[in-house]
Design a protein around this ligand. Structure first.
Ligand code: FNR
Length: 374
């Protein structure tokens, strides 16, 4: 964090982007057109869930402790048999025009709906830790092909997103007549897939509308149930993490199905309007899972103290969504690096100033608020 201070204070050079991620969002709103910005910023329905995400994090207050020697901090975090530099990863965000957004050694979860084929992303990332997010297709051959390709391209963990069996009601997309999928953006991962292409009468460049319709018809599957997970387990060698778990019974079911982790998430408020704030769901899920598998968290993380609170409420690590997409839109890979470094610097300071040296040392006793003493 000193580097960030020194850049501003001594060299007099103001950072190219705001370090406050809320201001970053406002800047993105000015720079991007209403369609693309609305797609990223937008949420389901009236935005009630997105507000609930903020309220659930804001409902907690950190209670700092003093005189505990915080001179040496260590953010490293064990996850899925690896040591990560910090308890942070970049969430899968579809249709980003990117090759390699990861920064500071933070793992990147590539969306199934990436606008760059997964093999190209993998080649650009080299040894960088990469995880693959699966939209669990109705078409078994497409799913199998995605799993094979992701395994061959060195993606280690599989994040299966459960909360998107259907696209939600998103007024900003509807009102702007903007859905990147329908514009053919964000479908390259599909349009380069042999199993997907086999289902088309004409190649996508000859009949883009038919290809997009085919994508929309098969990218997910509202018919899936818990026993279907056994098939995924058979076809993926590495860890499988279920993303979009909010109910403790679903968390238990995930563990019983042999899954390796869950992400407490409501998709950043983009799926069910009026749903529980993600941080409000976290303590019960963490309690249901216990020490059996790690619990990750996303939806609403904007500041270092948000990261602190999520860890104190039971998460091993957090995923960051919209803020890094804005960093990317405003300044490419440097913008993503700026967002990640700012968030981690603020988190490290919050940790130290609150009397803690490691993320693993946090629990609900670090907080005041609804779950304290649970
Ligand atoms: C997403 N998210 C998402 N999730 C997923 O599993 N696959 C995907 O393709 C996408 N695509 C996507 C696009 C955009 C524009 C956004 C904003 C989000 C959800 C994402 O992984 C994450 O759950 C939320 O973004 C976290 O909330 P915050 O940090 O944006 O509040």
């Amino acid at each position: 964090q000193y580097e960030i201070y020194l850049n501003g204070l001594i060299s007099g050079s103001v950072p190219r982007l705001p370090t406050d991620l809320t201001r970053l969002e406002r800047l993105a709103e000015h720079r991007l057109g209403p369609g693309p910005f609305g797609y990223v910023a937008g949420s389901a329905g009236s935005g009630a869930t997105e507000r609930a995400n903020r309220a659930a994090l804001d409902a907690h207050r950190i209670v700092p402790r003093m005189l505990r020697d915080v001179s040496a901090r260590d953010l490293r975090t064990e996850l899925f048999g690896r040591t990560l530099p910090a308890p942070l990863a970049l969430a899968p965000v579809g249709v980003l025009s990117i090759l390699h957004p990861a920064a500071e050694g933070v793992p990147f979860v590539l969306s199934s709906a990436s606008s760059t084929p997964m093999e190209e992303v993998a080649a650009a990332m080299g040894d960088g830790e990469r995880w693959f997010q699966l939209y669990w297709s109705k078409d078994r051959e497409v799913t199998r092909s995605f799993l094979d390709r992701a395994g061959a391209a060195g993606f280690t963990a599989l994040f299966v997103t459960l909360d998107t069996p259907l696209l939600a009601w998103r007024p900003r997309d509807l009102d702007q007549a903007y859905l990147p999928f329908l514009h053919g953006v964000g479908t390259a991962n599909y349009f380069t897939d042999p199993a997907f292409l086999a289902g088309l009468a004409k190649p996508p460049h000859e009949d883009p509308n038919a290809a997009v319709l085919h994508f929309v018809s098969l990218f997910a599957d509202p018919g899936k149930t818990w026993p279907d997970l056994a098939w995924l387990r058979e076809h993926w060698d590495g860890p499988i993490v279920l993303k979009g778990v909010l109910h403790p019974d679903d968390a238990r079911a995930a563990v019983e199905a042999g899954m390796d982790g869950v992400v407490v998430s409501n998709h950043g408020g983009r799926q069910v309007n009026g749903s529980i704030g993600a941080a409000a769901a976290l303590p019960a899920v963490a309690a249901a899972v216990g020490d059996r598998v790690p619990v990750l968290f996303d939806s609403g993380i904007r500041t270092g103290d948000d990261v602190f609170k999520a860890l104190a409420l039971g998460a091993r690590a957090v995923l960051l969504g919209r803020p890094y997409a804005y960093g990317l839109a405003l300044d490419g890979q440097a913008g993503v690096a700026h967002v990640v470094r700012s968030l981690l610097a603020e988190f490290e300071l919050t940790l130290a100033l609150s009397g803690h040296r490691t993320p693993g040392g946090l629990d609900a006793s670090a907080l005041d608020g609804p779950t304290h003493g649970d």
